[in-house]
Write a protein that binds this ligand. Sequence first.
Ligand code: TYD
Length: 217
Amino acid sequence: MNKSITRGYFITVEGSDGVGKSTQIHNIENYFLKLGYEVQLTREPGGTSIGDKLRDILLDVSNDEMNEMTEMLIYAASRAQHIKELIEPSLKKGKIVISDRYIDSSIAYQGYGRRLGEDVVKIVNEYASFGLIPDLTFWLDLDPELGRKRILSRSIIQDKDVTFDRIELEKNDFHNRVREGYKEIARKNPERVHRIDASLKADDVWEEIELILRKII
Ligand code: TYD
């Protein structure tokens, strides 16, 4: 990859809840803006108005009877819309697309967390994504318990009540399986997925990410 990107570049940021994805996404955005690129930020589930409606269904704590297959298919449905309505058109315009979560989240959360298995999630998502694979993925890795503590302490600092969504409310075992899932994804896709130690201070996390960006873009 050289520094002139003409057909867009697709970056995803992954990790458990509370790992500090938002801060780093903001840093990545600024990195590219300073280099003169157009950037499209987005997130999953969501990114489109249909996706946002699906997001509400997925994260609503009152939907506790949702079957894990239903859950995985709704995430995939939101993704298909997201790609056709926003990601593909942005890449065609030559933009850098940075998505807060993508298919790896479904593999980690539904495949491993919900124990649906990696294979079924992969197959469904091959169709749902029309085969679109990110060019680069940063996996911010942190012990899920530390992530939870960070969410709680952030809410104290900001003096805001913390509300956990349907997925965040899952027990430790679930979140530990999600982390295992990410570990496997990184092991199987070393050329695309970069593990970043998210227990470091935010500035040091950014230093690691920037080093990788400088090498490839
Ligand atoms: P969100 O509030 O965006 O969490 P975060 O800020 O941590 O990204 O909620 C998204 C939740 O949905 C998050 O707990 C992870 C989960 N998720 C899945 O389970 N599967 C998926 O495919 C995606 C995209 C997200």
